[in-house]
Design a protein around this ligand. Structure first.
Ligand code: FNR
Length: 378
């Protein structure tokens, strides 16, 4: 439709279709402090660079004369039907990008038939985002707080609001070393952003001396007391299982032994992820650990992937290397910064269109036919 519009003298898209350029475009519209929180990674950024570089090393080997006239991107992941093997990953503090924040992203996800994963650190509450999602699939991401009563409260609110799947992020029991934020002394959470799940929670409120709206700083400090949870261990997973009836997905798995531990602890899925490089600098690229993990547990567990996905070919490569679906992080946030809900929809449409064309031109009618033989290591 973009080409047709162009040919008949219509408009070209307001936002670039080159998803790799989104970051540069978003940098034109965002203030330095939010930009400095969203874009950078831990330390010197080597993990984030490695994530993107890892995709370049795998090359697609196109096949010819294979009927791909009828194509279908739709799929089902852990019982959730989706229009394509793509989820909007949990990203906190989305009002840093646009005033509508998570509400816009959740609406865009629902409009395109993709699941939205609501972050514990969202700027809109569990209940508000559930309402914005309408009929769209709702998954809830948990940063497991050190206060068990608060954790139970989050879980029961998420269940009551119709979230079906629980994504437990394991790689952020403490915030990573992020020099850009440290140099500015900037942490959105302490400015009362990213803690709507907390400030709308009866258990959290009962811990405060004054209501959060009267004393946002006090609420931010109380949050900082319960968010870090470095004492977490595998032994605590049964506690969570007792409190969440639906599928549990562990996010942040990078070591094949941890993937096996996840399987042995009876969860339904994992996300192979290094948090977009925001936690451990100098870490292995997420894509580089995917094949061994998929090989070890792919028959027993749902294996999802994120960190560094920037294009349709990237999605194809992650699926060929064993992921059932991918989660997007920064790219949709850049779309949000550039155009609110329509901006997120634009980014998602471009990604899905490029995935569809890449699959077709590589000779695949369906992403289900992909396997390791679709790629060579270049
Ligand atoms: C994140 N991510 C994240 N993950 C999570 O489990 N809970 C969260 O609240 C957040 N918040 C968050 C904020 C921002 C600004 C970013 C960029 C990322 C990590 C996210 O879910 C995902 O793992 C990465 O973003 C994937 O990497 P890419 O796609 O950004 O390279």
């Amino acid at each position: 439709s973009i080409y047709v519009d162009g040919m008949i003298g219509g408009t070209t898209p307001a936002i670039t279709t080159d998803l790799a350029s989104l970051e540069t475009a978003a940098a034109q519209v965002l203030d330095p402090a939010p930009l400095g929180y969203i874009v950078p990674s831990a330390g010197g950024g080597s993990t984030a660079r490695a994530n993107v570089a890892a995709f370049e090393r795998w090359r697609i080997v196109p096949r010819m004369l294979r009927d791909h006239a009828t194509r279908d991107l739709s799929t089902e992941v852990l019982g959730t039907p989706m229009a394509a093997p793509v989820l909007l990953g949990p990203v906190g503090v989305q009002t840093l990008a646009h005033p509508d924040g998570e509400l816009a992203s959740a609406r865009a996800a629902a409009a395109l038939g993709l699941p939205f994963v609501q972050s514990t650190q969202a700027d809109h509450s569990i209940e508000q985002v559930a309402e914005a999602s309408g009929d769209g699939a709702r998954w809830y991401q948990l940063y497991w707080p050190s206060d068990p009563e608060l954790c139970e409260s989050f879980l029961s609110r998420a269940q009551a609001s119709g979230y079906t799947h629980l994504v437990v992020t394991l790689d952020t029991t403490m915030l990573g070393w992020r020099p850009q934020d440290l140099d500015r002394g900037y942490l959105p959470f302490l400015a009362n952003q990213g803690i709507a799940s907390y400030t709308s929670d009866p258990v959290f409120n009962a811990r405060l001396e004054k209501p959060a709206d009267e004393d946002p700083t006090g609420a931010g400090i109380a949050f900082a007391g319960v968010f870090p949870n470095p004492g977490l261990t595998w032994d605590q997973l049964p506690w969570l299982r007792e409190r969440w009836p639906g599928p549990i997905v562990l996010k942040g798995i990078q070591h094949v032994d941890d993937a096996r531990l996840a399987r042995d602890h009876g969860v339904e899925g994992i996300v192979v992820s290094n948090h977009g490089g925001r936690q451990v600098d100098g870490a292995v690229a997420s894509l580089d650990v995917l094949p061994a993990i998929a090989e070890a547990v792919g028959d027993d567990l749902c294996v999802l992937f994120d960190s560094g996905v920037r294009s349709g070919p990237d999605v194809l490569k992650a699926l060929a290397l064993g992921a059932e679906a991918v989660l997007l992080g920064r790219p949709y946030l850049y779309g949000l910064a550039l155009g609110g809900q329509p901006g997120v929809e634009h980014v998602l449409r471009c990604l899905l269109a490029e995935l569809d064309l890449t699959l077709a031109n590589a000779g695949y009618a369906s992403h289900r036919d992909l396997g390791p033989d679709a790629l060579v290591r270049g």
